[in-house]
Design a protein around this ligand. Structure first.
Ligand SMILES: [Zn+2]
Length: 462
């Protein structure tokens, strides 16, 4: 009779398992490797074991001395020096914008958006959005992202791509006050947002949301109507906010208040509000975000490339604001790489403030895992390796030359790991990426169709 005890392990959830009564045959067992749990204390278990049953993590322990003491499992994955950690959560993306990567360059956000919208309007249909969504979501998945918060024009198509790939997705109706893609009216956008929430209200892997574009593209009444839908279904409300200085000046001129004050005045800020960017805020606005428990989706790469500025992340963390990390779309940052975004989130504040000791690496790990889960109201389900949570986990290779010697796995993950180091990805215990390849969708077919769009996309800006 073997008991699996957690005594002596400083892991998230101490529980004692009696194998015979608590654990029947496991579906999947990872044996070996280093576990980085992503929990509050960022625990590390060297030579660990994770058991998965019914899509959930059923067991976390140190590897026993004798192999015969391991529990039985239908599938056993033996690891050596690899790192296992929770799947990454990208809290701001426009996956289908991958169709336009590299098309609009060297412009400020305001000028850049004019060309982006022109190209999107000419090219995007539900069909091309589906293609672009496969493209962008697959890039995320290969990089170890298991959950994406995505804002785009045809949310049902993005949801289809996500479901086909086996990922988790938070998305929903987006809209602007002027005719955008599909020339839909505001009422049509609202109906779509409502229909999306209704369809996916109880879905396991699709988390519905309402996503008006921003305060400078959606008027106050329409923002409030969007918020009403989000409140009705108790789902995430996400919008761009305070991305540039110009935006702050523009909103002050229009409404007499800065962006965050404006959103607060409309009763939009609460713990279900995910605000993308938040680069230019005064102290009052930062305090407001803390008070309202709103979430920041920090997009350092996009902010740098568009010349928008550097978000005051250390001020947010000092206030205990929930800071998460996003890639933004590939048309602004040109790379849906959460590892690069993570590294920039870790290093930019040190450089900008000339303080090398701020923002510890373990804090950055939480930004891309458990903080994202909290932002989505899914802390009890995803975001860390804990017993009872969904088995969304990724296996990182440490065979590359930039991983030898390896002193500290957390430091390695934040400052040295590349997306190409992601070897396997599991979501709900189901493998979606094996040895760096997507399993569920034939990406060669998708790429063939995407390449056919190159010339029409180029012509869209003429
Ligand atoms: Zn964005």
């Amino acid at each position: 009779m073997t008991n699996f005890l957690f005594g002596g392990l400083n892991i998230c959830q101490r529980r004692t398992f009696r194998f015979e009564s608590d654990l029947n045959m496991l579906d999947l067992l990872f044996v070996g490797g280093t576990l980085v749990t992503g929990c509050k204390d960022s625990n590390v278990v060297t030579n660990g074991v994770i058991g998965v049953s019914g899509g959930k993590i059923a067991l976390i322990m140190e590897a026993p001395k004798y192999p015969q003491d391991l529990p039985e499992a239908k599938e056993i994955i033996k690891l050596d020096s690899e790192i296992i950690m929770p799947g990454l959560i990208n809290t701001h993306c426009h996956a289908a914008d991958s169709l336009f990567r590299g098309l609009v360059e060297n412009m400020s956000l305001e000028d850049w958006l004019q060309d982006v919208w022109k190209a999107e309007k000419a090219i995007l249909t539900p069909e091309t959005t589906l293609l672009g969504s496969y493209l962008g979501l697959a890039e995320n998945l290969l990089a170890g992202v298991t959950t994406v918060v995505d804002m785009f024009w045809y949310p049902f198509e993005t949801a289809k791509a996500s479901i086909d790939l086996g990922m988790r997705l938070c998305t929903g109706g987006t809209f602007m006050d002027f005719p955008g893609v599909g020339n839909r009216t505001h009422d049509q956008y609202l109906n779509e947002a409502s229909d999306f929430c209704s369809k996916y209200h109880n879905a396991k892997t699709i988390f519905p949301a309402v996503m008006p574009h921003g305060t400078y593209t959606v008027g106050p009444e329409h923002l409030q109507e969007a918020k009403k839908i989000a409140d009705e279904y108790k789902v995430v409300f996400s919008t761009h906010a305070a991305e540039t200085r110009f935006e702050q000046t523009d909103i002050k001129e229009r409404y007499g208040r800065s962006v965050i004050r404006h959103l607060d005045n409309l009763n939009i800020l609460d713990d279900r509000a995910i605000l993308a960017h938040c680069v230019h805020l005064d102290d009052y606005e930062k305090d407001l975000l803390k008070e309202r428990k709103s979430v920041i989706a920090h997009n350092p790469l996009s902010n740098l490339k568009l010349g928008s500025g550097i978000a005051p992340v250390s001020d947010f963390l000092e206030r205990d604001i929930n800071v998460t990390v996003g890639t933004d779309g590939a048309i602004s940052g040109n790379d849906l790489d959460m590892w690069l975004s993570m590294r920039l989130a870790a290093t930019l504040p040190k450089g900008a403030l000339m303080k090398p000791d701020i923002i510890p690496a373990k804090e950055v790990i939480r930004m891309v895992t458990s903080n994202g889960a909290k932002a989505l109201g899914k802390s009890s389900e995803i975001g860390s390796l804990e017993i009872g949570k969904q088995a969304d986990l990724i296996v990182i290779s440490t065979e590359s030359i930039h991983a030898a010697p390896l002193f500290d796995p957390i430091t390695h993950l934040v400052y040295s790991t590349s997306k190409s180091d992601v070897r396997h990805v599991f979501i709900e215990g189901i493998q979606c990426v094996r040895d760096g390849s997507i399993l569920n969708v034939n990406m060669q077919d998708i790429l063939c169709e995407v390449r056919k769009l190159r010339n029409p996309i180029l012509k869209s800006l003429e």
